[in-house]
Design a protein around this ligand. Structure first.
Ligand code: GLA
Length: 405
């Protein structure tokens, strides 16, 4: 009798059990996402005309052909919530509405991204998603949104993991596949819990368009390129296909020198960071366009093995970073942090480049590699002879190592 009663109880409880939690939309970022975002250049000055023109420029500049896909509107697109709590876009800046804008972006073969925040308000003081997660996700799905960057301002009393999980569930229930980009600046170590929540997580505070400066805003700081790089220490083991360390959006074309922009872009590529351009695509210089569309460097970022680079050696402000690639190839970035150019030598045969994480051994003593310089596209000899090069100040040399068959 007791036995029967417990079976009955078990059955009844089973009937009321919560459905299993949904999963993130898997496979949307098997390689790091490529796109553009409005914030770095335009801050709160966003409108539909500029977004349409950016989509046009993404195609015309060759960026789409190079793999860029997402056109992302950052903060301040918002109007008010309606009487039932649904969010509306700012009517003055987005008079045609988000659905029409998404249709336009889709007609170019691109995808549209949007921005919200886990707190009551966004960082720009617009309505946040707290308490409205399911409504917001439904609306984004109706509009045809493909990407959500989800920020972390004004989140007093919230736990990051729970807040981001709520939005993941909401997006999943709304049913339209959305790449979920977590932006909580690394404050709550998202690398420890976000693998199954989103497709990438910011590891740091905001970037600043300089090579190695820190910009102090009083209550917060933003960071130059090398500062962001240094904050990635210890994080490579957490990233991989569909879950990337996000070093923030690019500042290529926003004021650094061409060499610095090239170094910045190469570092982000080597580190498997999402490559999200942050400049005005409609008026960029030839040099900026050439950096953003360098398909050989993009290929390092998009490599199927999905293994982030590691620093192998640092000598006199010059660093050697290696990235294991698919098919036993490697990428080598020589980063010169000095202001002045430096002669560099690297005697392959005496170096032992082994990656404990991926269990890869370059075995330069037994394997000969052909070298291709990814910025000028030229073959640059092989590992039979020591590498000798001059690397400009605040610049990089990046080589692809292709083993002899
Ligand atoms: C935060 C984010 C930025 C940007 C702004 C918008 O600072 O980290 O990337 O989205 O908010 O207000």
């Amino acid at each position: 009798m007791t036995h029967l009663r417990s079976i009955a109880l078990f059955v009844i409880c089973g009937m009321f059990a919560l459905p299993a939690a949904a999963q993130k939309f898997e496979g949307l970022a098997k390689t790091p996402q490529l796109g553009w975002n409005s914030w770095n250049k335009f801050a709160c000055n966003v409108n539909e005309q500029m977004i349409r023109e950016t989509a046009d420029a993404m195609v015309a500049s060759g960026m789409k052909a190079a793999g860029y896909q997402y056109v992302n509107i950052d903060d301040c697109w918002h109007g008010e919530r309606d009487a039932r709590g649904f969010i509306t876009p700012n009517k003055e800046h987005f008079p045609s509405g988000m659905k029409a804008l998404a249709d336009y972006v889709h007609s170019k073969g691109l995808k549209l991204g949007i921005y919200s925040d886990a707190g009551w308000k966004t960082c720009g003081g617009k309505p946040g998603s707290r308490g409205y997660e399911y409504q917001d996700a439904l609306r984004y799905a109706e509009w045809g949104i493909d990407y959500l960057k989800y920020d972390w301002c004004n989140t007093d009393g919230l736990k990051a993991e729970g807040a981001y999980l709520t939005m993941r569930e909401a997006l999943r229930k709304a049913g339209r596949p959305v790449l979920f980009s977590l932006c909580e600046w690394g404050d709550n170590q998202p690398w420890n819990w976000a693998k199954d929540v989103g497709h990438s997580w910011r590891t740091t505070g905001d970037i600043y368009p300089c090579f190695d400066c820190v910009e102090d805003h009083g209550t917060w700081k933003s960071w130059g390129v090398t500062y962001i790089l240094d904050k990635q220490e210890g994080l490579r083991k957490f990233a991989g296909p569909d879950h990337w360390n996000d070093m923030d959006m690019l500042e290529v074309g926003n004021g650094m020198s061409v060499g610095e922009d090239r170094a910045h872009f190469t570092i982000w590529a080597m580190m498997n960071s999402p490559l999200i351009a942050g400049n005005d695509l409609r008026s960029m210089s030839k040099e900026t366009a050439a950096i953003l569309t360098n398909s050989s460097v993009i290929a390092v970022n998009q490599d199927a093995a999905g293994i982030q680079a590691f620093r192998y050696a640092a000598r006199d402000g010059v660093e050697f970073w290696f990235k294991p690639l698919a098919l036993n190839e490697w990428a080598l970035m020589v980063l010169n942090r000095n202001k002045e150019s430096r002669p560099v030598t690297f005697d392959w045969k005496t170096e032992s480049v082994v990656d404990e994480l991926s269990k890869r051994d370059a075995a330069f003593d037994r394997t000969r590699y052909q070298l291709r310089n990814l910025w000028n596209g030229q073959f640059a000899g092989s590992t039979a002879k020591p590498l000798k090069a001059e690397v400009g100040g605040h610049d990089v040399l990046v080589l692809r190592l292709i083993p002899n068959k």
